[in-house]
Design a protein around this ligand. Structure first.
Ligand SMILES: [Zn+2]
Ligand SMILES: [Zn+2]
Length: 280
């Protein structure tokens, strides 16, 4: 069964995410374990974790993904920011293990005006340091980014360069975001553009490293560098391209998580319904 879900709110407690996901008919899900635009992280309570584990097992919601904070930058020229970011990644992995969550999704960082190659090396050093700090059941997934200024992971080869140079055990693979790939210049509207993406995943990473697709339409054009998600079929990517992605044998059985705009649950219901129809 193809796993399909959305990014879910944890308002009121992490365990509250599960009935929300089930209400929408999700079979997988993602959430933020805390405010993604703040540095404050607290461990989750024992009861909350136990309830979460029990409920998701009962309802076969799997795999589950935590998306890390947008403030994290493991490639910054600012040492203090790198240290704070590394600490936050460790805390997210700890939270994932206490909840039994399989994967922690990470935007590695930005060069912030510095040389991208040097920035990638800083990210590699930082991740190597994290790998030396402990062992977690949960694995990190590096996500491709949209090619905004200073991005160091918008090309698949760049993501692979980081993974290849970090000791094994910490990183479980990658999450490919369709909006980001499109914005970064993989023209997923065309068969050639989709072929470039799948070929590069195959060549630089190997398909087995692809653990998640963030299925999002895009507000910006191919190559725009714009990280703005749009409702399924209502953006520049469009319904035909999304159907081609969802039905591509290369992506068969890879879990799909939508991060489409959400004013109310109706938005999720509508986007999920569109994807279910396309997948048939
Ligand atoms: Zn992301
Ligand atoms: Zn994403």
């Amino acid at each position: 069964m193809r796993r399909l879900g959305v990014h879910i709110s944890i308002a009121g407690g992490i365990e509250k995410s599960i009935p929300r996901a089930l209400e929408l008919g999700c079979t997988t899900m993602q959430f933020f374990s805390h405010n993604p635009r703040g540095w404050a992280v607290s461990g989750r309570g024992k009861d909350e974790c136990a309830t979460f584990r029990k409920l998701r097992k009962e309802h076969d919601l799997t795999p589950v993904f935590i998306h890390t904070s947008y403030l994290i930058n493991l490639a910054s020229p600012d040492r203090r920011l790198i240290e704070k970011s590394a600490q936050m990644v460790v805390e997210e992995l700890n939270i994932a293990d206490s909840l039994g969550v399989e994967y922690v999704v990470l935007h590695t960082g930005s060069a912030s005006g510095d040389d991208p190659g040097d920035a990638r090396n800083r990210a590699i050093d930082c991740l190597t340091g994290i790998a030396g700090k402990g062992r977690w059941k949960a694995g990190l997934l590096l996500e491709n980014t949209a090619g905004e200024r200073g991005d160091i992971t918008s090309r698949i080869a760049e993501v692979a360069e980081i993974i290849d140079n970090v000791p094994e055990g910490l990183i479980s693979g990658v999450c490919v975001d369709t909006c980001h790939a499109f914005a970064a210049g993989y023209d997923l509207k065309t068969a050639a553009g989709r072929g470039t993406l799948t070929d590069e995943i195959d060549r630089y990473l190997g398909r087995a490293q692809l653990k998640l697709i963030h299925l999002n339409d895009a507000k910006g054009d191919a190559g725009s560098g714009l990280d703005r998600h749009e409702h399924i079929g209502e953006g520049k990517l469009g319904i035909k391209a999304i159907k081609a992605i969802v039905t591509d044998p290369f992506f068969e059985d890879i879990p799909l998580v939508l991060e489409t705009p959400k004013k109310s649950d109706d938005d999720d219901i509508r986007n999920l319904e569109r994807v279910r129809k396309l997948a048939k």
